[in-house]
Design a protein around this ligand. Structure first.
Ligand SMILES: [Zn+2]
Length: 175
């Protein structure tokens, strides 16, 4: 097995982050088997708790999550994930995103979700989640539809974050 690579992460407002990813098919199996270790390596190095394939410029419905409860690895691979049920009750979490470095905002979403997906071995699975995992699952699935967490905010708040990010990226490029 080859060494996992750390991939460059696209930064908003990169247009590729706004595109809808296509479903993973059997023909993609070799590619996703290569890609999954790279996604984890990239996410852990950032560090982050979730990363979707479109964030590294790959338009496939694939994401990885690891909330590392109690500092222990708990990797989840989501192939073609879909929210199949969501609670009417809402919850608010502060969210950030590796494609919007250093930007955080409160996002309100369903408090509990049930997600259907295929794992890395091709087995169909479902996961019921609440709390941070529920928010993280919805955040990553949003990426597959070209939606960023700032798209859940008011236009005013969204533009403020995008302007601040652009300014920080310019300063970073200049230094
Ligand atoms: Zn994100």
């Amino acid at each position: 097995m080859s060494e996992a690579k750390i991939l460059p992460i696209l930064i908003a407002p990169d247009r590729r982050l706004k595109q809808r990813a296509r479903p993973v098919t059997e023909a993609d199996r070799a590619e996703i088997e290569r890609l999954i270790p790279d996604l984890f390596a990239t996410m852990y190095a950032a560090p982050g708790i979730g990363l979707a394939a479109p964030q590294v410029g790959i338009g496939l419905r694939l994401a990885v999550i690891d909330l590392r409860p109690e500092e222990r690895p708990a990797p989840i691979v989501l192939v073609n994930p879909k929210v199949v049920a969501a609670s009417a009750e809402l919850a608010t979490h502060e969210e950030g995103c590796l494609s919007l470095p250093n930007q955080y905002a409160d996002v309100t979403r369903p408090a509990r979700v049930k997600v259907a997906y295929t794992d890395e071995k091709g087995h169909e699975r479902t996961l019921e989640a609440e709390g941070l995992l529920a928010a993280c699952l919805q955040h990553e699935i949003d990426h597959l539809d070209g939606i960023l967490f700032i798209d859940h905010l008011s236009p005013l708040k969204r533009n403020m974050i995008l302007r601040r990010l652009a300014k920080e990226q310019r300063l970073k490029a200049a230094s």
